[in-house]
Design a protein around this ligand. Structure first.
Ligand code: TYD
Length: 135
């Protein structure tokens, strides 16, 4: 399973570090929405969905968390713990996030506005959809 982890250039000097996110430059889509998760309680697992069309890029701007990916055939666990790395969440990729560090700020860029009808929140429905597409 190919999950893209995009390296983001760090502009560092004696004052510290800076990362710039620019659509169609280091972000491979037009950014329509940004949201972030923080103060996630310990032991919480969230996500539990796939998107029909929306593409997203997740960045742990502080702290760390784990991602569970499932494309209907394979699963993969990925640690996101670096503010200079962006994790692509492509459409039709079931994902869950867990093991959030207490200080974790998980920022997500999306190529579309929030639309509940773009969500597949039922795992069985997700599997059926993948099967039908491949038959
Ligand atoms: P939810 O989809 O449950 O988060 P996750 O699946 O990642 O665990 O979102 C929590 C709430 O926030 C829910 O009421 C929908 C709302 N929300 C927005 O209003 N806009 C957004 O862009 C997102 C991602 C969520």
């Amino acid at each position: 399973m190919n999950i893209e982890l995009i390296p983001l250039q760090q502009h560092g000097d004696e004052r510290g570090l800076l990362v710039a996110l620019e659509e169609q430059h280091n972000i491979p889509f037009s950014i329509k929405r940004v949201y972030y998760l923080y103060d996630t309680l310990q032991g919480i697992r969230r996500g539990f969905h796939a998107h029909k069309k929306t593409r997203q890029l997740a960045i742990a701007v502080k702290g760390s968390c784990m991602f569970h990916f499932d494309d209907g055939r394979q699963t993969k666990e990925i640690l996101l713990d670096n503010p200079a790395k962006g994790l692509m969440i492509e459409p039709e990729m079931w994902h869950e996030m867990y093991d959030f560090s207490q200080d974790c700020i998980l920022m997500v860029l999306a190529d579309d506005v929030y639309d509940e009808s773009d969500y597949i929140r039922n795992y069985q429905e997700f599997i059926e959809r993948i099967k039908n597409e491949n038959s």
